[in-house]
Ligand binder design. Structure first.
Ligand code: IPE
Ligand code: IPE
Ligand code: MG
Length: 257
C-alpha cells in the first residue's frame, strides 16, 4: 500500500513562511579542513563534529524547529580512503550507542534515511533499535542521512511506486508528482524551509535534490566543528528576511499580506 502524503508539495501548493524553519536541513561540512588546520588527522575533525551535532540538536529543540535533517555520509563518501570511511562508521556506531538514551529523554525521534543495507549488520541493528526506541517521541524529528544520495532517493521512490502500481507502466502520462512523493524517504516531513551548508562550499552534493526545490539556501564559511549556537541564530535571522515567493511576484505577496 502506498503511504499517504502527509505534507503539501511546494510546487503543488504555496506553503507558509514560519519565522523559525519547521524543517532545517544541514550539510555538515569542513571537519577535515578544521583538523588539517590544526595539524590533526582528519578523523579528529569528525570526532569534534559530533559535539556540534549535540549542540545543534539541543538548540533546534529549544528554538522550536520540528524537523532537523543532518547529512552525515553521502553515497559518494565511499570514495574516501578506506581508513577514513572505517573511522566514520565506528564513530556512527559509538554515537548511536552513547546518545540514543539522551535523545529519548529530550523527546527526539530519530530516523536514518539512506541505503542502510550497505552498512555492516551491527550498525544496521543499532539504527533499527534507535529508531524503535524513539518512535513515540514528537518534540523534534531528527533525521540522519547516511549513505544517502538525492538521486538514489528518487530512483528508489520510482521503483517502489511502480512495484505497487504496475498499471502505471502502461500509462506513464498518468504519473503525477503526488504519486511519487509518498515514496521518497522523507515523506514523513515537510520540505525543508532552510538549508545550511558549513565549510564554505556552495553546492548540494547530492543531498535532498527533490525536496530542496524551494528551500532557502544558506552558506557559511564556518567549519562544522566551530559552528555555534550564535551561527545558527544568524542563519535563522537571515532566513526571516527572505521573501519566499514560490513563483509569485513581490506585489502579489504584499497584496496578500
Ligand atoms: C564533512 O566534513 C563530514 C563528512 C563528509 C563525513 P568533510 O570530511 O567533508 O570535511 P572537509 O570538507 O574535507 O573539510
Ligand atoms: C557532503 O560533503 C556530504 C556530507 C557532509 C556528509 P562532502 O565534503 O563529501 O561534499 P563534496 O564532495 O565536497 O561535494
Ligand atoms: Mg567536505
Amino acid at each position: 500500500m502506498p503511504p499517504a502524503a502527509m505534507h503539501q508539495s511546494s510546487t503543488l501548493a504555496v506553503p507558509g513562511h514560519p519565522s523559525i524553519p519547521r524543517h532545517l536541513a544541514i550539510i555538515m561540512d569542513g571537519n577535515g579542513r578544521w583538523a588539517t588546520q590544526r595539524f590533526l588527522p582528519r578523523t579528529a575533525g569528525h570526532a569534534r563534529g559530533v559535539q556540534t551535532v549535540r549542540r545543534v540538536v539541543e538548540l533546534c529543540g529549544r528554538r522550536g524547529v520540528k524537523y532537523l535533517t543532518l547529512f552525515a555520509f553521502s553515497s559518494e563518501n565511499w570514495r574516501r580512503p578506506q581508513e577514513e570511511v572505517s573511522l566514520l562508521m565506528r564513530l556512527f556506531v559509538q554515537t548511536l550507542e552513547k546518545e540514543v538514551g539522551k535523545l529519548g529523554e529530550q523527546g527526539v525521534r530519530l530516523r536514518v534515511v539512506g541505503d542502510i543495507a550497505a552498512f555492516e549488520p551491527r550498525l544496521q541493528e543499532l539504527i533499527r533499535v534507535a529508531e524503535a526506541r524513539t518512535a513515540q517521541n514528537d518534540a523534534l524529528h531528527l533525521t540522519i542521512a547516511a549513505n544517502y544520495g538525492g538521486r538514489w532517493d528518487i530512483l528508489q521512490a520510482t521503483r517502489r511506486m511502480l512495484a505497487n502500481h504496475p498499471e502505471l507502466l502502461a500509462d506513464p502520462g498518468a504519473i503525477e508528482e503526488s504519486a511519487l512523493t509518498p515514496y521518497l524517504s522523507m515523506a514523513y516531513a515537510p520540505e525543508p524551509d532552510l538549508f545550511i551548508r558549513t565549510g564554505g562550499e556552495q553546492r548540494i552534493s547530492n543531498f535532498l535534490v527533490w525536496q530542496l526545490a524551494y528551500t532557502e539556501l544558506y552558506f557559511t564559511d564556518r567549519y562544522w566543528p566551530d559552528f555555534s549556537a550564535r551561527d545558527i541564530d544568524d542563519a535563522f535571522e537571515w532566513y526571516r528576511t527572505r521573501e519566499r515567493r514560490f513563483g509569485r511576484t513581490s506585489a502579489q505577496l504584499a497584496g496578500s499580506a
